[in-house]
Design a protein around this ligand. Structure first.
Ligand SMILES: Nc1ncnc2c1ncn2[C@@H]1O[C@H](COP(=O)(O)OP(=O)(O)O)[C@@H](O)[C@H]1O
Ligand SMILES: [Mg+2]
Length: 269
């Protein structure tokens, strides 16, 4: 397998590094002043260091997707500031500082796998030859080099999700935003993709904000698990995770189970 354009993983907890994401005093109120007004987020502070993998976990409706959408500049905060790579979120979006993958792979059925991955590059007017090379690199990275000419319907759900990740990575974003990307997959596929995602992030030095419902998934993937509570959505705890490794053995380690218990307790508090 080729090893394309691999950046070394940046040092963690950035000594002088610009944070990948900095959220300060952020609140989000939907339908403000109307009877159906809802405070989705209240006074949220969060820092994602460069190269860090951070998970957001909490009950349905606690504002996880809202927080991710604020980082992606898909919506504006009611109060507070969001910076990505040291820039205002809107500027970061224009500079393609991040890629996004959602729960549904969201592939175009009439495009081949290769042309799905090329799409964000097409939109950015990257020349055809370069697009082709980049798509092949990304497909190799997610282990789908042999499926470039297939159509989405010919792939399993797990493979489709890998295509979506390849597409999110195609612009070489320093930051990956993922909203329950493995939520629709069976447990086995999910665990395999978790391992693959970690390898990709390590190889490329990508920082990641990852939304999940799953405590075990959050603990296995993350450097930091951010626990949220609903109504209004707030961060109630953060749990720093330090596992000896991120292989299958790590899932059986006492430390892993201790972190799972710690996150579960924080969720119940
Ligand atoms: N566009 C919107 N308009 C009105 N309310 C919204 C909108 N998006 C989210 N909400 C509300 O904000 C709260 C948080 O939603 P969301 O961020 O999707 O939660 P989560 O992803 O944690 O399940 C919920 O009460 C939801 O109904
Ligand atoms: Mg959500």
């Amino acid at each position: 397998m080729s090893d394309p354009q691999v950046k070394p993983k940046p040092e963690r907890a950035g000594g002088g590094d610009t944070a990948a994401v900095q959220i300060s005093g952020v609140s989000k109120v939907f339908n403000r002043g109307r009877p159906d007004e809802v405070t989705a987020l209240s006074d949220v502070d969060l820092t994602v260091d460069s190269g860090q993998f951070v998970s957001l976990i909490g009950p349905s409706g606690c504002g996880k997707s809202t927080l991710l959408r604020l980082i992606a500049d898909l919506i504006d905060p009611t109060a507070g500031t969001v910076t990505v790579a040291g820039k205002p979120a809107a500027q970061a979006r224009r500079d393609q500082e991040y890629g996004i993958a959602f729960q549904q792979a969201g592939l175009f059925e009439w495009r081949t796998v290769r042309r799905n991955v090329e799409l964000p590059l097409e939109l950015r007017k990257v020349p055809k030859a370069e697009r082709r090379v980049r798509a092949e690199e990304m497909l190799a990275l997610v282990g789908l080099a042999d499926f470039a000419g297939h159509y989405p319907a010919q792939l399993s759900g797990g493979m489709q999700q890998r295509v979506a990740i390849a597409r999110a990575l195609a612009v070489h974003p320093p930051l990956l935003l993922m909203d329950e990307p493995f939520g629709a997959l069976d447990e086995m596929t999910r665990e395999r993709l978790q391992g693959e995602l970690l390898q990709i992030c390590a190889k490329t030095g990508t920082s990641t904000v990852f939304v999940t419902h799953s405590i075990s998934e959050a603990v296995f993937l993350s450097d930091k698990v951010v626990v949220m509570s609903a109504r209004p959505g707030r961060i109630t705890a953060t749990v720093d995770i330090e596992l000896p490794g991120r292989d299958e053995a790590a899932r059986q380690s006492p430390a892993y189970f201790e972190y799972v218990t710690a996150v579960r307790k924080a969720l119940r508090a």
